[in-house]
Design a protein around this ligand. Structure first.
Ligand SMILES: Nc1nc2c(c(=O)[nH]1)N[C@H]1C(S)=C(S)[C@@H](COP(=O)(O)O)O[C@H]1N2
Ligand SMILES: [Mo]
Length: 239
């Protein structure tokens, strides 16, 4: 933490590194695309770890008043809303894999019956340049992780979705009190296009880190990446 603190003060983490600084640090020739790419990827992974260490898992996202919550929420995915996966309560199952003791799949009834359900009015921020305040309700993801005997000392929780999307978060973010399984939006059962039967709502992270239509949850120590992360977005993407 001492090193990251010093770097933070020097503005290195906040401001990013210039190409010149990158050359000095890595000794790589910046006219060579491959080595620049490798160096940037290494820096980015280091930055993810630094951000995770700074985050620590306790900082809360701002919450808003009931009147601020937008009812007609904006839809986003890498395809049109009409093509959203239609998951039916009757045959839906959340599959569990990886470092989880009880891998029995979960039905919608079982999920919706989880205790400690509460509401949050928070801001969703999309990297594509829009943000919106909404009201989501459901239990903390930590309740499910504890109930199924997930290894809480593992590094990552990953999600696979019915549309082929996938994503992963650090364990501290997975256990964060505001990280919830959102079963409702604006006090109504989550509509199909917003991720029915649930979206993992993580107000401390950018919108793309909030997976919808989740069909598998897994716990692992091996870096899982994600749909947008594999295309160059920053993995930690904290707010
Ligand atoms: N399965 C899945 N989840 C996803 C996406 C997606 O394309 N597929 N898009 C992400 C992005 S970029 C955003 S901004 C939010 C949009 O959520 P919303 O439709 O509830 O506003 O979902 C995120 N989760
Ligand atoms: Mo997004």
């Amino acid at each position: 933490m001492k090193l990251t603190g010093t770097l933070e003060r020097r503005g290195l983490l906040r401001g990013g590194l210039s190409l010149g600084a990158l050359t000095l640090l890595t000794g790589c020739d910046i006219s060579d695309n491959d080595s620049v790419h490798r160096a940037l990827a290494a820096m980015s992974r280091w930055n993810d770890r630094a951000q995770a260490a700074l985050f620590g898992g306790t900082r809360l996202a701002p919450v808003f008043a009931e009147k601020d919550a937008v009812k007609d929420f904006r839809y986003n995915a890498f395809f049109a809303a009409k093509d959203s996966p239609q998951l039916a309560a009757g045959d839906y199952k959340l599959e569990l894999s990886g470092l989880i003791a009880d891998k029995k799949p979960w039905t919608v009834d079982m999920l919706y019956g989880l205790p400690e359900q509460s509401s949050q009015i928070t801001r969703h921020v999309c990297v594509e340049g829009w943000s919106m305040i909404g009201k989501w309700s459901g239990p903390p993801l930590s309740v499910l992780l504890r109930t199924v005997g997930a290894d809480l000392s593992a590094k990552y929780v990953g999600f696979q979705c019915a549309d082929g999307y996938h994503g992963s978060i650090d364990m501290a973010s997975a256990l964060h009190p505001q990280t919830i399984l959102a079963f409702k939006l604006s006090d109504e059962v989550l509509p199909v296009k917003y991720g029915y039967p649930f979206k993992v709502r993580i107000p401390t992270k950018l919108g793309f880190k909030n997976p919808k239509w989740v069909t598998t949850m897994y716990v692992t120590n091996r870096y899982p990446g994600g749909f947008w992360e594999d295309r160059g977005y920053n993995w930690f993407s904290g707010l």
